[in-house]
Write a protein of this length. Sequence first.
Length: 556
Amino acid sequence: MTAKEQEQNQAGEQRLKGIPVSDGIACGPARLIFRDSGEYVARYSVGKEDIPQEITRLRRALQLAAEMLDGVIETVEKRISRAHANIFQAQKMIVLDETLLHQAEALIRSKLVNAEAACVEVLDAFEARLLEVDDDYLKDRASDIGEVRRRILEMFRRERGEKESAFPDTQEVPDTPCIVVAEELLPGEAVSFNAMNTAGFLTERGGAASHVAILARGMGIPAISGVKSLFQRIKPGDRLLLNGTTGEIIVNPARPTLNLYPNLGRVGTVRLQTAPPVQGFQVLANINSSADAKLARQMDAEGIGLYRTEFEFIVNDRILTEEEQYERYAEVVKEMEGRPVHLRLADLGGDKAARFLNLPREENPALGYRGARLLLGQPALLAAQARAIARASAHGPIHVIYPMVVDEQQFLRLRALFMSSIMGIPAGEIRHGVMFEVPAACVCAKNILNVADFGSIGSNDLVQYLFAVDRDNGLVSKDYDPDRPAFWNTIGHVTAAAKELGKPVSLCGEMGGQPQYLPKLIAHGIRCVSVSPRLIGLARITAKRGAALFQKEERN
Ligand code: PEP
Ligand code: MG
């Protein structure tokens, strides 16, 4: 044990590290979810004369599972968004898949087995095929099959008159906000937790691209995955402090640690409270879907600082039409009633794999066909998005952010493509700015800001590329640490260039909402951050405390 670990143990704390999959900080007692016996599948022989009855049971279970999913789809549409509900549409398609029905019927006839055993055998084969593929996205999709299997088995159990449910929505609901701890969560389980009683998710398995991660982000629930042996390290009722942005978990945090997070301890209801705006310091909201704009308004965001439009595509697993995009962008602009909306052009590729574009596999996607490069290579994608944005701008001002730009030439080429695509559209006010997240762009910030209307520092990727450290890799997450001179010099360099040219620059990486960094960001010239809606209050409280710092500087 290192001296540091010993010190932490003495303080009664235990620190664990996982992969951050959904931003935000949460604190609460652990609620351990064990896989119940829902996976047990009765297998028995049936006589030839029983075949018609087994086939009827099979059809009935599939039909009931599809009806149950209709209910889930309706709830998710209301509680999260239509886009997230599509995850369950996909499950419904598996349930109603003719191949599943025909193959299971064939097994009942040929092997003379009961309906549930036949059905599970077919689903297991589907799942095994997905898991064999060397593709993280498809591996994550295999968990959908697991969930479909549990739903269908539940229908068989209900038909047999068993009351037990494998799904947490029917379990006793605790009245304090808890951190749900599980080996793995399936999408249906994640949405069945009451968002008001669930402060965070902590799991052993599940990648950042998993549906659970997408849903957790959609529900604004901080989440971490990839922590080994959770059940040996966490006991029911242990208090957990979970940072879904850095992947850090503190078990039974000591009082001095909790004091670093002034809004915690009352997480849950308080997570949905905000703080009044701070004069001279703007706090905007980061959103991942149009539905999130409502929460941004509830949190009194002074605008949207980053709308990650690529998630609208990723959640639907396809390129949305111009009309579909227009509806979403217009919804956000209308919701913000004239406040600025910074809408980022689809930042696909890298960790945000765009399977639906059918691109060749890359050895090193973080440095590959992504962001600005991908947009230049997919002019039809860019053109449709540009037209949808131009049409939405008729309802209120839009700031377009160009992702992963490396220099001013690349930005100018993209902007020219954007402008030529929107000719003839009666657009409103549109400004064009650059994401500062590639070190080369920061080094040449002045050249870029000379031609761009504004800048937005993407510190999540900037840290990754500046220090050559993967933001999604648990093995190197200790090194994912911005608090080093190279980072602060870079921030200072960009803000100085912006000040000199009189161009606005904000920071939209998640560190903008973190109390340990915000005062230092302010000291390095940042006067506007954009953070997850639930972190707006925390960012404002911290900025207010740090206000003395920048007011003094402003007077000089
Ligand atoms: C960033 O890179 O800091 C950022 C805000 O964008 P994303 O996290 O979507 O890459
Ligand atoms: Mg980025």
